[in-house]
Every structure is written in structure tokens, then in C-alpha cells.
Design a binder for this molecule. Sequence first.
Ligand code: SAM
Length: 386
Amino acid sequence: MTASDGRLVGDLAKAIDESDFAWSLVLVGEDQRDKLAALTGDLLGKPSSNGDGKQITSGYAYWGIGPTIAWAHACADPFYLVMKQSLDSFTRRWGRVRGRVGEGFHHVSFGVGTGHKDRLILEHLLEHNQDLLYLPVDMSSEMLRLGTREATHRVGPRGHRVVPVQLDFSITDNLAELRDLVHRLVGDEPVLYSLLGNTLANFDHDDELLANLTALARPQDRFLLEVATTEALSDDLARDAVEEYSRSRAYREFVTSALLHNTDLTITVDAVQFRGSVEGDRALKVKVVYQNQTGDDILMMLPDRTRVAFPDRDTIRLYLTRKYARRALDGIVRAAGMRKVTGTHSDFAVPRSAQGFGMDLLLLAPGDPVPAPRPDDDVARVIWEN
Ligand SMILES: C[S@@+](CC[C@H](N)C(=O)[O-])C[C@H]1O[C@@H](n2cnc3c(N)ncnc32)[C@H](O)[C@@H]1O
């Protein structure tokens, strides 16, 4: 880089820091035309009555301004329990965990969402590192804009220390590039990575995703993982999970908004269905599908203007989510090559929620599990950490 290039970067940073206008400098990691082609491909799947053909995979559910606004509405809906509880109780749960993070950390947030949780994390990290770099990573540039503004409003860091990255983090090659970028920016200084809001549960190959994301962490780094959990697994509880999601109209509007914005279907939220099942010994699984219930075979126009058949009773999988068995969490973490440093659990404290549903927030570090506590270990500390 020449001296004049260096000056340009410095001037840009200064202009952003000193302006009252809400500039945001976003690193766009992928060609958005390729993303549109991938979405189109996913909507060309074979007919299936149970959501195994056409689908909208995780990042696309939030991609674009319509889905972003719909997501923000759903998060504010008291009937969308998982997110409502997750957001409401995050201050308390993060308060229990943050003391174990350490000092001098930068923050890389996978899936910024509305940015409320990142804000709390930044507030804490900034107390120990005024020069912190904040890299929210999200597939949706609109979500990045919304979430980053909320996360940094009045808490800092300074504008040029905020580097939003538009990237699909489910693609392994993207993560290799991201790793290089992060390491170039922070050197050997430690990074707190986070994957919050039960985002892990939205991926078909969630175990693979977790392993790929946590592989970015070096020994000095930490990884904060938040997942929805259940004490037990049964068909009855799978039905309770379905019931929990199906209550919120705002949630139905969110899950259909990608269809509304990328096809010419006339959307009715009554055609949204929830299918619950038990996924082995690890989770309750909920598939959210859109079913053609018109009684007719219809044609649907895709983003590239091709028309495909959407036969009567055919489905499009809109969203996938899970509640992980609490007893399966250690295995999931271990399989991703991580160990638990500390963790906290909170039950859903609402009468409408099924017994045993809650959220777990885990602080992880690379490496083998810590040995079981010796009998002479401080009992109060052991209880507190588990
Ligand atoms: C369930 S929301 C969680 C938001 C936030 N972390 C919270 O806890 O409130 C998932 C977030 O991850 C982003 N996301 C989902 N799949 C993604 C992918 N494959 N690549 C990048 N971002 C993705 C979405 O745009 C959204 O911001």
C-alpha cells in the first residue's frame, strides 16, 4: 500500500468518525447475483408434501429489507416466545457469563439480527478495550445496517472500528477468507466470536456449521453460543414446540416474507404450517412450511422470472428450528472441538410455555473439556458455573 493509499484510508476513517450522517462502510464478501441464483435453485426443488423439496435456507429468510423489517417486528411480538425471552433475559444471562471472558477482546458477531445483544456485549468489552474492533457478519446488508446501528448507538466503538461484513457464513470457503481478514486486523489479540438467538438451529447441518465457525477460534479466543433448549424429548413436547411457534402472527409474516419478496405467490399466512418431530437424542425439530392449499396446481414466478409448477399440496420449507436437549449440549460442543468455560440456563418464565423449555448461553474455548471438579473444589463456584 502506498503512502497515499494509507492517507485515503485514514481520511475515510476520519470522515466517518466526524460526520453526523449515518455512514456505514460495509465489506461485501459475495456477488449478490450468485445468491439470487442459489435462492432460485432452492425454489426449484421437487414436489413434496412435507417440506423436503422446495426451500428457503437460513440466510435467505432474512435477506432484503422486507424480511429484515418483518424479523424486527417478530422479535418485538410477545407471542414469539423464543426471541422475546431470549432478548428479555439476555442482560441477566450475559451478566453471569461475561466475567469469564477476559480483557482486551475484539468482537465478531455471526448473525447480528436487531443488534440488541451485540450492544450489551460491546458495552462490556469496550470497558476493557477502547480500541476494540467490531465485525458483525450477516448475509443481509439491511440486517447489518439495522443491527449495527442498534449495537453501536451511543456505546461506540468509533465508526471506523466497526466493520460490517456481508457474507454467507454457512459457506466454508467464506469462513477461510473471514479468518484471514480477522487475523490481519487483530493480529494476536483475542476475539470473542458469537452465534446467538438459536441461529445454529436453523441449519440442516448444524453440527457441521458449528464446527466450521468454532474452527476460527485460536487458543486465546472465546466463542459465545446461545441455543433454545428442552429438558426432555418426546412427541408431546414436539407438539408443544409447534404450538409455541404457531401462536405468533408476526412470526408467520416473517417466515413468509422471503416468499412474498422473491416470488409472485399471493401469500396467506393461514397456509403456513408447523411440523414437529424428535431428532434422535439431540433435539426437538420444527419445520415451518408453506403449503399450496388452493386446491389447484399453480405457477409461481421465481426471481429470475422463470415459472415453475407449485402443485396442489406441494410445500416450500420456509424455516427450520430446533430446541436442543440440554443433556446433548456437551456432546454437541465437544464434537465441534470446543470445551465449555462456563454457561447459564434460563427457563421460560411464562405460563403458556411447556415445562422445561428455555435458553442456554455457553461460553466456549477451543480444546478438550476441563476435567470434572475435584471434591475439594468450591461447591458454590461449581453450582454457579453450571
Ligand atoms: C435468529 S437471528 C439471530 C439474531 C441475533 N444474533 C439475536 O440473537 O437476536 C439470525 C441472524 O443470522 C443471520 N443469518 C442467518 N443465516 C445466515 C447465513 N447463512 N449467513 C450469514 N448470516 C446469516 C440473519 O440474517 C439474522 O441476522
